[in-house]
Design a protein around this ligand. Sequence first.
Ligand SMILES: *[C@@H]1O[C@H](CO)[C@@H](O)[C@H](O)[C@H]1NC(C)=O
Ligand SMILES: *[C@@H]1O[C@H](CO)[C@@H](O)[C@H](O)[C@H]1NC(C)=O
Length: 374
Amino acid sequence: MDRSLVGWILVTAVCSLNFISTAPASLSLQTSQKRDADSCNPLVIAHRGASGYIPEHTLGAYALAITMGANYVEPDLVMSADGHLIARHDNELSLTTDVALHPEFANRYRKQTVDGLEMSGWFTEDFTLAELKTLRAIERIPDIRPGNARMDGAFDIPTFQEIIDLVRSLEISERRTIGIYPEIKHGTHFQRLGLAMERPVVETFHKNGYVNSSAPVFIQSFEVSNLKELKEITQLRLIQLFSSNPLNQPFDQTVASTGLTYQDMATPDGLKEIATYAHAVGPDKNYIIPRTANDTLGEPTSFVQDAHAAGLEVHPYTFRAENSFLPAEFRSKDLSKEAIGDFSGELKAFIATGIDGLFADQPDVPVRIRDICL
Ligand SMILES: *[C@@H]1O[C@H](CO)[C@@H](O)[C@H](O)[C@H]1NC(C)=O
Ligand SMILES: *[C@@H]1O[C@H](CO)[C@@H](O)[C@H](O)[C@H]1NC(C)=O
């Protein structure tokens, strides 16, 4: 039986459980005492859910990640026209939904600039939540993940609250605390539309009982100003992401106008500045071990030590098992882009650098090979 079919059966089983929406308080307490989401090293953060096995940002992908033992699930958040937080990596919908097949939405197709890039398509900010709920999720990279594409149409677009409810329900059957690790996507873009996400994200967490740095929550952004603003309104932990291109600048205008790049932010002084508002940093993994000209892993940089010296945890992204994404020496002999290579080999090289967490599309593999869980 292939991997995705196994995943499908697991998710069907998980999702057919009769979720209990209000956990008895005593049970919640016992589960959090049993094993906290932060008790493993490195933390395994399921990137967009178990997106290597199920189309990304669906309740199925998050549920499978949790049953596989991930410590945190990672929803990316964008806004609907009527101010609901939903999980999508992009505000453009045709990359991961069947919107293009809906004739009733044909007239919403348009062009606009998002974070400096011209994009054509259908945008979440033009749809109400009720309209978004009529769409079905599809696989983003069907050529690399053909098994996932067989699940096209199986799931809808979840709201942020639905994800929290799923996590809370599975904490009971898993008997452990499961963390939530959202990213605020296109922060400045949505602020300009009058649909700022920062306060709604914090208010949703606070309302659900996630109130301070002890809560199993990290809020991420590639921007800087919004993280500094968030620090003023919540004690939840914040994480500064770094663009995969170190020469890029954060998109927020106040920072972009200073000429600051991610490369500057990755210096010991840059990291000290980040430590004034964030708990952790989320660099592309190449900041930690860059690739050689031959696309093999090179020598580790001092990024992890510099970040630790500044008091920051380090959670690099994104670890993926397929040849397309692996360093050359870990690719399988079958060099087809969708074949699974020696993913453990790559993970072990990074774990040896002292990272504190990692974002993976196939969270079961790092869960299996990491050795420290209290
Ligand atoms: C966080 O809040 C909880 C519940 O109110 C409290 O028990 C805990 O001590 C707080 N932790 C911190 C670090 O403030
Ligand atoms: C890269 O590949 C070339 C040609 O195969 C080889 O000569 C060279 O030593 C390799 N360099 C590294 C850093 O592995």
